[in-house]
Design a binder for this molecule. Structure first.
Ligand SMILES: [Zn+2]
Length: 388
């Protein structure tokens, strides 16, 4: 009783509130998908190219910065050498002056200066000789002062260069991390390129296929073009899955084995087949996949809809509660050997089973924006052979 109430609520929900919004596709939608992914690929390629340009530019700036750092280093070394040279010169001059002063102060009784002074041949010569010594020390003092000033200037220059060099080092670090960031970004985008290319290939293949089947952009695949072939007594033939039960009309029971856990009627709009989770589910007849997904998520959750051609009338089979990994795509041509889903327990379900529902003559109708459920449900037993 409880189950029945649920079903009734569910049916109301389906009819009034939950039209499928994405059932069936036009060839144009697949063409649009090709365009969309192609555009995406171009954008990705442009991003990669731009990123690579940026990397090259940053690398160039890094190299320039390294040159500047090396130049600064060279100048610092030059200044250091200059400072040392001046230092030596000062010491030399200082020693020289000291010697001259020593001579001048006559501290040593036996020194060359005195000998030099007293060696004068006349007073004039002596005065001259004394003035020479004085001038010499004065000159040394002057030179030393200049040298000291030069050292100060060079030290200042050196400090400035060191600071500049440090700043360049910081800049280099920043540039390197920026380069790494862009490289990561580029390789991230590059990583997604194969999947985009795969999507283009996939949809292009479908577009090519349906074009070869005579579909044009506005055609609804399986309905207004590539209409499934009529189900005939022989359509269940060929490479038949072992264990398949095939009726005289060409329809088959959708699983191999299994039992009917809930029959059709009395509020239950389909038949429930139980055979364990993951059991392969086959199309009940040749047709075109019309819908795949979980558009009726309050009810059947993941489901597949297939459209069949029964003497020119479109008949729909619906496989509900299946597992999410559905192995077919919308528009795909299927037959009674095609696994279209795996038995699951998604949606309103308390255990793994298949809810098989069938409807005649546009059970799903286009309302201008989307495909809406229209209650034209019929007993699956009108088509599908009983396993018993
Ligand atoms: Zn059911």
């Amino acid at each position: 009783m409880k189950k029945r109430v649920k079903v009734i609520i569910t049916l109301i929900a389906i009819t009034l509130l939950l039209p499928i919004k994405a059932a069936a596709v036009t060839l144009g939608e697949y063409e649009a998908a090709v365009e969309k992914y192609t555009k995406e690929l171009r954008e990705k390629e442009a991003k990669i190219a731009k990123g690579k340009e940026e990397i090259a530019a940053v690398k160039k700036t890094i190299a320039e910065t390294e040159d500047k750092i090396a130049q600064a280093e060279e100048e610092i070394e030059k200044l250091q050498a200059e400072i040392e040279k001046c230092d030596k010169e000062i010491k030399k001059k200082d020693a020289e002056s000291k010697k001259i002063i020593e001579y001048y102060q006559i501290e040593n009784g036996n020194n060359a200066y005195l000998e030099y002074i007293f060696g004068a041949t006349s007073i004039t010569d002596m005065v001259y000789r004394m003035s020479v010594a004085e001038q010499l020390t004065d000159y040394n003092d002057k030179v030393m002062k200049e040298l000291k000033a030069l050292i100060e200037t060079n030290k200042k220059k050196k400090a400035e260069l060191k600071k500049k060099q440090e700043e360049l080092g910081e800049l280099k670090k920043k540039l390197e991390s920026e380069k790494e960031r862009i490289e990561e970004e580029v390789s991230g985008v590059e990583g997604t390129v194969p999947s985009t290319k795969g999507q283009i290939e996939l949809y292009q293949k479908r577009v090519n296929y349906y074009r070869s089947r005579g579909c044009s952009s506005n055609d609804i695949i399986g309905v207004t073009c590539d209409v499934p072939p009529k189900v005939t007594p022989s359509s269940g033939g060929g490479n038949v899955t072992p264990g398949a039960i095939i009726g005289e009309n060409g329809f088959r029971f959708p699983v191999n084995g299994g039992r009917i856990s809930w029959g059709y009627g009395g509020g239950h709009k389909g038949i429930d087949i139980t055979r364990g989770c993951g059991t392969p589910i086959y199309a009940v007849a040749p047709g075109r996949v019309y819908y795949v997904g979980n558009g009726l998520d309050n009810y059947g959750a993941y489901m597949v809809l297939i459209v069949h051609n029964v003497n020119g009338q479109l008949v729909f089979s619906q496989y509900a509660h299946v597992q999410p990994g559905i192995p077919v795509y919308v528009g795909q041509s299927v037959d009674t050997n095609t696994v279209v889903a795996y038995m699951g327990s998604t949606g309103y379900s308390t255990g793994c089973h298949l809810h098989l529902e069938m409807s005649r003559n546009y059970g799903w109708a286009y309302n201008g924006t989307y495909y809406q459920y229209v209650n034209n449900i019929t007993s699956p037993w009108n088509f599908v052979p009983s396993p018993y």
